[in-house]
Ligand binder design. Structure first.
Ligand code: GTP
Ligand code: MG
Length: 202
């Protein structure tokens, strides 16, 4: 499946939340450095679209990518759990993200990115719980799968499936493209309620 990704708006402050597109969107959450921006670039097939950095805390705004021809949005959120940003900044992000997640009526689901190599982190568990309290459907995504063996992947996938009450995470690698097509289909289905293939004849 081919899709075009366009960075359509960037929101830094609560005031700018009126620029959130009035169209179906799936948010991407995850700890800083988990690979949110890399995932967007992989799905888009364009390396430089979302800014990537080995220094955590790179994404400091909510970035809305429009996906065509399916026509929905992915929202790349600033990562959580990064200790080095100032308290002030963290509070700023926190309030912005919270307001967006609580108030946007266009959010259809959250892709929750989780580093496949780590045991379940408190911050990931707290996020999953927070999203569930807001009744936001979850698409769990285990990132950086290229860094572990097939066996480790299966173990982590099963562990998270138990934690999430039977929802099976997508095993993903931005480096190799593992899980890319499955994920694109899941995101489209969550946003629009249809498979991407069905949008090709629209
Ligand atoms: P913030 O914007 O700080 O929240 O981080 P992020 O979640 O957007 O992470 P980003 O995509 O910037 O990636 C962080 C680091 O992980 C970079 O060095 C990437 O190259 C690396 N990385 C991301 N995805 C993968 C992957 O699938 N495999 C491997 N091996 N490295 C990855
Ligand atoms: Mg990022």
């Amino acid at each position: 499946m081919r899709s075009e990704f366009i960075l359509e708006s960037t929101v830094y402050t609560k005031k700018q939340l009126d620029q959130v597109p009035a169209a179906p969107q799936v948010v991407l959450t995850g700890r800083s450095n988990v690979g949110k921006s890399s995932l967007i670039n992989c799905l888009a097939g364009r390396k430089g679209l979302a800014k990537i950095s080995s220094t955590p805390g790179k994404t400091q705004s909510i970035n809305f990518y429009r996906i065509l021809p399916q026509d929905y949005y992915l929202a790349d959120l600033p990562g959580y759990g990064y200790a080095k940003v100032s308290k002030e900044m963290r509070r700023g992000f926190g309030e912005l993200i919270e307001k967006y997640l609580r108030e946007s009526v266009h959010i259809k689901a959250a892709g929750a990115l989780i580093d496949i190599r780590l045991p379940p982190q408190d911050s990931d568990l707290a996020t999953v719980e927070y999203l569930s309290r807001l009744s936001i459907a979850l698409i769990p995504i285990l990132t950086k799968a290229d860094k572990c063996t097939q066996r480790e992947r299966a173990t982590q996938q099963a562990k998270w499936r138990d934690i999430l009450g039977g929802v099976t995470p997508v095993v993903f690698s931005a480096k190799t493209g593992l899980g890319r097509d499955v994920l694109l289909a899941a995101l489209c289905r969550a946003a629009l309620g249809i498979d991407p293939a069905e949008t090709e004849n629209v």
